[in-house]
Design a protein around this ligand. Structure first.
Ligand code: PMP
Length: 427
């Protein structure tokens, strides 16, 4: 592609200054300088529909969050070694939302990123069980720290997994009977837990993203129940990674794991928690964290600071007050119906799935064979971008369109996305 000289210069500068490890989206990368609601703007004032950013779930530059952050930053910003109301009010408001054991007597601990949250969850699980083995799904992503990258197979073969990591298949509802998925995964957990025991590691925890984002977006409900039982039977903790699925994203429930009717030992969260302000956390049962708490001390300089908590509080208020979970349910269904309608005319759409405003559209070369078509998915993502609608692709074969807009996505936004997708498929 022939790039605009100013953009080419900015990209050259970026590579020179930030080095070789960063990646950009799209054949023609997007340069942004401003955001508002579901829109991003470039320097020329060009307007883009953001159908990908699940971090700013209450919309880019949400005024309520800005106000809360500004006010707290002007009052006090310090860490968790002083007594402060804000963090307690937030934990008190949030804990009941988890239901089960965490909802009754659980605790929250605060970090700055989802990686840190998963890292802490694993440390707690290892300490509690006295074991170090961990089971994840085939293409899971759980973070960028040394520990979490070690159980993130989606980073690719050159990022070696820990020797203490075992994998099970993702609940692929496109290629298996959804009713059989729970049993299938649970049996795989039992086998892998046995392997870990034989290797001398034992099972400390099973960790799964409740919407299996990097595995290709799988949203069949009630799958993780048998898995949780198998994990418990093997003596491990169940860690629900809600970094992607949490905070109303899945529509019908506030937390993704609740669609599976399970009671996890630890829940990890991040991304949308502060609408872009770095704030993440774990919620944990008292039993799981008891020995860690007496043997260790936990301090995270920025984790749970006053401003991060203000951002989290304000974000939560907008999600609840503006009924964004219900909006995710309604607009999500509208988008999935619209795309399913397009599937009647376009052979390349093999499967439309997801929950709430987390949608996966699997592109195939041939429907009968369900053969992945990564090239088609990449063409669609790039053509959508040329028409200023931003989505991406995921899954082990990168053939699943990933549509994951802010929760404030409107009817008009949905129309824009659907008409653009239709035009791109027709072309
Ligand atoms: N878990 C999941 C499921 C994620 O998708 C991510 C981020 N993509 C993380 C953990 C890590 O979060 P962070 O980038 O905030 O460290």
């Amino acid at each position: 592609a022939h790039l605009d000289p100013a953009l080419a210069h900015a990209i050259e500068r970026r590579t020179r200054l930030l080095g070789p490890a960063y990646r950009l989206f799209y054949q023609t990368p997007v340069e942004v300088c401003r955001g508002s609601g579901t829109r991003l703007f470039d320097k020329q004032g060009g307007e883009y529909l953001d159908a990908y950013n699940n971090v700013v779930s209450v919309g880019h530059c949400n005024p309520h969050v800005i106000e809360a952050v500004h006010e707290q930053m002007s009052t006090l910003c310090t860490h968790t070694r002083y007594v402060q109301d804000g963090i307690l009010d937030y934990a008190e408001a949030m804990l009941p939302s988890f239901g089960g054991r965490i909802g009754e007597t659980g605790h929250m601990m605060f970090t700055c990123t989802g990686s840190e949250a998963n890292d802490l969850a694993l440390r707690i699980a290892k300490h509690h069980t006295g074991r170090r083995g961990i089971i994840v799904t085939e293409e899971a992503y759980h973070g960028n720290s040394e520990l979490t990258a070690g159980f993130s197979p989606s980073l690719g073969e050159r990022a070696p997994l820990g020797t203490w990591v075992r994998r099970i298949p993702a609940p692929d509802s496109y290629r298996h009977d959804p009713a059989a998925l729970g049993r299938m995964l649970a049996d795989a957990v039992t086998r892998q837990a046995y392997e870990l025991m034989r290797a001398g590691d034992g099972l400390a925890a099973f960790v799964a993203d409740s919407l299996f984002s990097s595995d290709g977006v799988y949203a069949s409900p009630e799958v993780l129940g048998p898995v949780a039982e198998a994990v418990r039977a093997a003596g491990g903790l169940f860690i629900a990674d809600e970094v992607q699925a949490g905070f109303g994203r899945s529509g019908d429930r506030f937390w993704g794991y609740q669609r599976h009717g399970i009671d996890p030992d630890i829940v990890t969260m991040g991304k949308p928690m502060g609408n872009g302000f770095p704030v993440a956390a774990i919620a944990v049962t008292p039993e799981a964290v008891a020995s860690f708490g007496s043997d260790m001390r936990y301090f995270n300089t920025f984790g749970g600071n006053g401003v991060a908590i203000a951002a989290a509080r304000a974000t939560r208020e907008v999600i609840l007050n503006d009924n964004l979970q219900a909006n995710a349910t309604r607009i999500g269904a509208l988008l999935r119906d619209g795309i399913s309608g397009l599937a009647n005319r376009f052979e390349g759409i093999g499967d439309v799935r997801g929950a709430g405003l987390y949608i996966g559209v699997e592109m195939v070369t041939e429907r009968a064979a369900r053969s992945p078509d990564a090239a088609l998915a990449a063409r669609i993502v790039n053509e959508m971008r040329e028409r200023r609608v931003l989505i991406s692709a995921t899954g082990p074969e990168a053939n699943v369109l990933k549509i994951r807009p802010p929760l404030v996505f409107s009817d008009a936004d949905a129309d824009w996305l659907l008409s653009t997708l239709e035009a791109v498929l027709a072309a």
